[in-house]
Ligand binder design. Structure first.
Ligand code: ZN
Ligand code: ZN
Length: 83
């Protein structure tokens, strides 16, 4: 990736690319950088054996594994509300 410290008019303001490569502080660039960070971080899949892992299986249409089923069962037990 070439880091060009050149003519500021060449900076693609308001794009994630421009904001990240040129370190521009103008408002469109700051906003673009913020947006890029929001969508740019891939959400890690929750580990198996947790309630999150259980749902990750479902979201992907997979069969839940035993550790996840155990975690989900435990979660359901804990969630039982007593009025
Ligand atoms: Zn800019
Ligand atoms: Zn699992």
């Amino acid at each position: 990736m070439a880091r060009v410290a050149a003519d500021p008019t060449l900076i693609p303001h308001g794009t994630a690319n421009g904001a990240q490569n040129y370190d521009c502080r103008c408002e469109p660039c700051v906003e673009a950088r913020r947006a890029a960070r929001r969508v740019g971080t891939p959400r890690l899949r929750p580990a198996c054996g947790t309630e999150g892992g259980y749902h990750a299986h479902w979201r992907r249409g997979e069969t839940t594994c035993q550790p996840c089923r155990d975690a989900h069962a435990a979660y359901q037990r804990e969630r039982v509300v007593t009025p």
